[in-house]
Design a protein around this ligand. Structure first.
Ligand code: GLP
Length: 244
């Protein structure tokens, strides 16, 4: 779906998420959301916060799983995805803290693998992802599934692509400060979601959006795997859609 601007696209996506939360509430069921960081979802989170404040949208039945976190990374660090999510969403809504799940960037050694396996199990135990929100990196990554990521990959440690580190450099005040690794949900984790919405804003995403939608499915552009998902929508603005 192509919108004139990211504000309109974000409002539609926020409404879909809110409707899902309310539908699950009416059924007396939990709602499990997979969430993304980066600039792309910010307006969706703003709109969800607005609906919470102005329309009484409650997140009391919501459990969230974030896609990824840098490794190593302290929670309090302003560059952490933990910080980002609290700043943009969790601090402003009525979600129970124990229902918020973000990969832990402080784990070390053998505990990393245990953490990844436990994260994956926790998603399954929660009943699986009802909805997964995605952005896209210029390498074609979703979460931090960089080129080379296998279709069957689960939550794991990944080495960040150079382009990804270049894109993150301004936020870290220089590429040398950007972590070299991250923990990310896998492609299989993302693909297991019942519904996926990928957000793409601006002309600098046009080339990768074109490769993702019109290119061959390939591990070299991991987002192309989404072509095989049965219920996935790309929500774009005119800038991101220029090469389609
Ligand atoms: C990071 C995140 C991705 C995100 C990407 C694009 O790499 N790990 O989940 O999609 O950035 O970020 P932006 O939305 O700022 O373009």
């Amino acid at each position: 779906i192509i919108f004139d601007n990211s504000r309109e696209g974000s409002a539609i996506v926020a409404k879909e998420i809110a409707d899902l939360i309310k539908q699950k509430q009416a059924e007396g069921k939990p709602c499990v959301l997979g969430l993304a960081t980066g600039s792309s979802p910010i307006r969706v989170y703003e709109e969800l916060v607005r609906m919470h404040n102005e329309e009484g949208l409650s997140f009391s039945n919501v459990t969230t799983f974030n896609l990824d976190e840098y490794l190593p990374m302290e929670r309090e660090n302003r560059q952490s995805y933990h910080y980002f999510m609290h700043e943009h969403l969790f601090n402003h809504i009525d979600i129970a803290p124990e229902n918020v799940n973000i990969p832990d960037g402080t784990v070390t050694g053998d505990a990393i693998i245990e953490h990844c396996v436990a994260y994956e199990k926790k998603i399954k135990d929660a009943g699986g992802l009802d909805f997964q929100l995605l952005g896209i990196g210029r390498t074609g990554h979703v979460g931090f599934n960089e080129p080379g990521s296998h279709y069957n990959s689960a939550t794991r440690v990944i080495t960040l692509d150079h382009i990804t580190r270049v894109d993150a450099a301004p936020a870290f005040l220089g590429i040398d400060n950007v972590p070299r690794k991250a923990i990310t949900m896998g492609i299989a984790t993302v693909m297991s979601a019942k519904r996926i919405v990928l957000l793409g804003w601006g002309q600098n995403k046009a080339e990768i959006i074109n490769n993702t939608i019109e290119g061959e499915i390939s591990s070299q552009v991991p987002a192309t795997y989404l072509q095989e998902h049965k219920n996935c929508t790309f929500v774009l603005d005119t800038g991101a859609a220029t090469e389609l």
